[in-house]
Design a protein around this ligand. Structure first.
Ligand code: SF4
Length: 442
């Protein structure tokens, strides 16, 4: 048996990648804190360092490998987890001296490895964690991960091979976690997964009791139940399937925020087919128009890839025309970058040159910025409710229902001295630019 520590063991933690990886980090940290570990603020103060990596695209792999190298140079004792951990050979080629490599969601293996290299000091009455766990986001908003994995096979993506098939959490577990977050002061929950619209399919929509009612593990029931909590509920990673209409109805009644994050990725049917995108055959423009009729205030956010192998100038024009028609509110765009192991590498389609990719990216962003500026200008004079994220030089930096943290714009509220972080406030919009709004207290 290993000796228990008498001094407090300290773990350094580096969390890279998307919000889903952030939730994994929070789970590991919650467990370590519960066992009496402290989180060290610097490499030097730590007894060992856990690096939660991202392996989504090659630039993320490089960033992860660099972070591991830095942790090794500064501390020397490093455990690697996360998406890149699913490809241990890529890590070992550069950093053979890491203590352990585990794949994504291998919480138990990470914890076991920490125990092995840094035994816990057990003081159950001192080591209590707050009931909502350890959060890496500000106190007033939190990501709620409802499932792992994905049943799709998008040709540019290796997440299903890294994270496995869809595995939804039981709806009762998800709702109890959400309730604990709200009790701890969370005012906004951001629902995340690889495919939120598929939630519960693998559970055959099994039923759980919560708050004296039965709820199915389905996208609609989950949204409805979260709406009971009286906070902001924001839906990310939704695909434009017909059953999403039921959740749009809940948005129309104010139960959840009128906001949908749908990664369309492209609009040319040929490219969508090559990408093997979910719901690629849906008439997305008709669906968007119907949603906007039902919820005029609906904010649509999306991401796109330009320069996918085989993308012609004509495909790109189709995308721009679609964008003109769809008038999305928030848009991100990436130049295609090949991912080792992805099916897109073997499509036999000609790659788009780097200069052409960069040019299409620039044209896309100019176009979407003009759409965004027009849609924001139309909000000047309106009143809206905002949530304050931070105070900068006396200005409250807040968000409306149209803004997810970190990826969308902000509402700058001037002249509201009493506002504090985490407050809701009513404001009147007085100005706009390409991505953000200016406001005063209403
Ligand atoms: S939906 Fe496609 S892009 Fe998203 S995780 Fe699944 S396979 Fe990857």
């Amino acid at each position: 048996m290993k000796a228990l520590q008498t001094r407090i063991p300290k773990v350094g933690f580096v969390s890279l990648g998307c919000p889903k990886a952030l939730v994994d980090s929070e789970r590991i940290l919650t467990r370590l804190r519960a066992e009496g570990y402290e989180v060290a603020p610097t490499y030097r103060a730590a007894d060992l360092v856990v690096v939660n990596t991202c392996g989504f695209i090659d630039s993320a792999v490089d960033e992860s490998l660099e972070a591991i190298g830095e942790a090794l140079a500064e501390n020397g004792r490093v455990i690697v987890t996360g998406c890149l951990g699913a490809q241990p050979q890529r890590i070992l080629e550069r950093h053979p001296q890491v203590l352990k490599i585990t794949g994504p969601q291998r919480y138990e293996e990470v914890i076991a490895s920490v125990h092995e290299h840094l035994p816990p000091r057990h003081e159950p009455f001192v080591d209590l964690v707050p009931p909502q766990g350890v959060k890496l986001t500000p106190r007033h908003y939190a990501y709620l991960k409802i499932s792992e994995g994905c049943n799709h096979h998008c040709s540019f993506c290796i997440i299903p091979s890294m994270r496995g098939r869809l595995k939804s959490r039981p709806v009762g577990d998800v709702l109890r976690e959400a309730e604990a977050l709200v009790r701890a002061g969370v005012r906004e929950i951001l629902v995340i997964s690889q495919d939120t619209s598929a939630y519960g399919v693998d559970l055959k929509f099994s039923v759980d009791a919560w708050r004296d009612r039965e709820w199915r593990a389905s996208f609609r029931d989950l949204a409805d139940a979260l709406g009971e909590l009286g906070i902001w509920v924001r839906m990310h990673y939704v695909y434009p399937y017909p059953h999403v209409d039921e959740v749009v109805e809940l948005m129309a009644s104010g139960r959840v925020l009128p906001y949908l994050d749908i990664p369309f990725q492209h609009a040319s049917p040929r490219i969508l087919k090559l990408m093997k995108r979910p719901a690629a055959a849906e008439d997305t423009l008709a669906r968007i128009a119907a949603w906007r009729r039902a919820v005029p205030d609906l904010t649509l956010r999306s991401t796109f890839i330009v320069g996918f192998p085989g993308e012609t100038e004509q495909d790109f024009d189709t995308l721009i025309d679609w964008l003109d028609e769809a008038q999305l509110d928030r848009v991100g765009c990436f130049e295609y970058s090949p991912v080792a192991g992805a099916a897109a590498n073997d499509l036999g389609e000609p790659p788009v040159g780097d200069a052409e990719k960069a040019d299409r990216h620039r044209r896309f962003m100019e176009h979407s910025a003009a759409i965004s500026a027009g849609r924001l200008a139309a909000k000047v004079g309106r009143r809206m409710r905002v949530l304050v994220d931070r105070i900068e030089n006396g200005v409250a930096i807040a968000r409306s229902s149209a803004d997810a943290p970190e990826i969308d714009g902000v509402v700058r509220v001037y002249g509201a001295r009493d506002l504090k972080v985490g407050d809701f406030a009513s404001v009147e919009i007085v100005g706009s630019d390409a991505y953000d709004l200016d406001a005063k207290p209403a």
